[in-house]
Design a protein around this ligand. Structure first.
Ligand SMILES: [Zn+2]
Length: 432
């Protein structure tokens, strides 16, 4: 017995059991009478409602939604879905268990999977919208039982191409997972801990969204600067912020604005997360295709616009600067916290300060904050926001303009709080 995810979310109810005589449905609070009538008409038998804690309703919904196979009918009326005999996770071999974990995490929109050994249990958590949430099975049972941790660990290590028998040293590798028709690039990292092992999978999938610069939440002044900057024939735009702060999305949105066919755009990325009308190249360190070696080759391809996924070594920093000085428009990210620190970071990497002064790069910094849920207004929480009060994210931006125009992350955060888009806690969390 299954219902479509939007139906369950809208009414805050989840199927529990069906017998010859009646149907049992879990809910946060009993639904309105028309909904009850609809359910009785659908099942053609009496319907009983059992109050459940919010967390359990949400967890069951997530599990049920993860099994949804037909997103096409996403918002239709009540839609029963054939249920398969669910394999008991404990009996499934490690291969199936790893596959179902990846499937589940990807369908829930997770960016990372964390599997840890803790006090005799193996909690699995997904990072969704930047925060970790517990991942549980249909009956609230753990997804990975303690007895299966070593088999799961070995399976992941085989996939990642590292030593499956090695559990005492940290290892990392990568592999491509096929989920439905999508290829997901998975970065695997294992770390021995006092209680066993900590396994982390970072998931990079090709996003199908087509964000534009207008969708990112830029303050007007930042939007105007960036959109006029990308129309220039040469120059350097440097965007900084921690991992997962939306930098790639911003650079791709900027490139999408100018990919009209009259300029040759080449990107070097690790990995490619969005498809563009451009020549996109993915780094491959084992094959010697690092940012600097690729950048040197790319300059012989007569590019007009170059995106450098990340400047993290001296050679890439010098080549990027030189490319911008020799008539190319270059967009790059740098791993530093504040826009004001970016120049020092490049100088540390060996770029001459005088060259940077001549280039006068546009310096930006970015963070992501969660948006207040627009179904419940963020005050009480609802099924749509998993009772967190937040749903979706937007950017906070900082801009250092040599002309003196300056917007800080705090300025943008205050403006977005004043507009009730997010909260002070979110801004603090993202900017401290
Ligand atoms: Zn809500």
């Amino acid at each position: 017995m299954r219902y479509a995810a939007p139906f369950m979310r809208r009414h805050g109810l989840v199927p529990i059991a069906e017998t010859e005589a009646a149907v049992t449905i879990g809910c946060v609070s009993p639904p309105a009478e028309p909904v009850e009538r609809l359910l009785v008409a659908h099942h053609l038998k009496p319907v009983h409602f059992v109050p459940l804690p919010q967390q359990e309703v949400v967890a069951r919904m997530q599990r049920s939604a993860a099994h949804e196979t037909s997103p096409a009918a996403a918002d239709g009326p009540l839609r029963p879905v054939e249920t398969n005999a669910d394999e008991a996770h404990d009996n499934a071999p490690a291969v199936n268990l790893v596959n179902s974990l990846l499937n589940d995490a990807i369908r829930q929109g997770a960016s990372d999977i964390h599997i840890e050994a803790h006090h005799g249990a193996v909690p699995v958590r997904y990072r969704i919208d930047g925060r970790l949430v517990a991942a549980v099975g249909d009956q609230n049972e753990p997804l990975v039982s303690p007895g299966r941790l070593s088999a799961v660990s070995a399976r992941l290590k085989v996939l990642a191409g590292v030593n499956a028998a090695e559990r005492r040293r940290p290892q990392d590798g990568r592999f491509t997972a096929r989920v439905a028709t999508d290829a997901v690039d998975v970065r695997f990292s294992s770390m021995p801990t006092v209680e066993g092992e900590s396994l982390v999978l970072r998931l990079f999938r090709l996003h199908s969204e087509r964000f534009t610069l207008l969708d990112l939440g830029m303050p007007d002044a930042v939007y105007e600067q960036v959109s006029s900057f990308v129309e220039r024939s040469s120059g350097l735009l440097l965007l900084c912020g921690p991992t997962g702060s939306g930098k790639t999305t911003t650079l791709h949105s900027a490139l999408r604005r100018i990919s009209r066919g009259d300029r040759k755009i080449i990107t070097i990325e690790d990995p490619v997360e969005y498809r563009l009308d451009a020549e996109q190249i993915q780094t491959n360190e084992p094959a010697g295709l690092t940012f600097d070696t690729l950048l040197r080759r790319v300059l012989r391809q007569d590019p007009d616009v170059i995106m450098v996924g990340e400047i993290r070594d001296g050679e890439t920093a010098r080549l990027t600067t030189r490319a911008a000085l020799t008539g190319h428009l270059v967009l790059a990210t740098v791993h530093s916290r504040r826009a004001a620190d970016v120049i020092e970071r490049l100088v540390d990497l060996g770029v001459e300060r005088g060259l940077l002064d001549r280039l006068d790069p546009l310096l930006l910094s970015q963070r992501l904050v969660r948006l207040r849920c627009n179904s419940c207004g963020g005050t009480e929480g609802c099924c749509e926001c998993r009772f967190t009060g937040y749903r979706g994210r937007t950017g906070l931006f900082e801009m250092e303009d040599r002309d003196g125009a300056r917007i800080t992350l705090a300025d943008d955060g205050r403006a977005k709080c004043a507009a009730a888009l997010t909260t002070e806690e979110e801004v603090l969390w993202a900017t401290l």
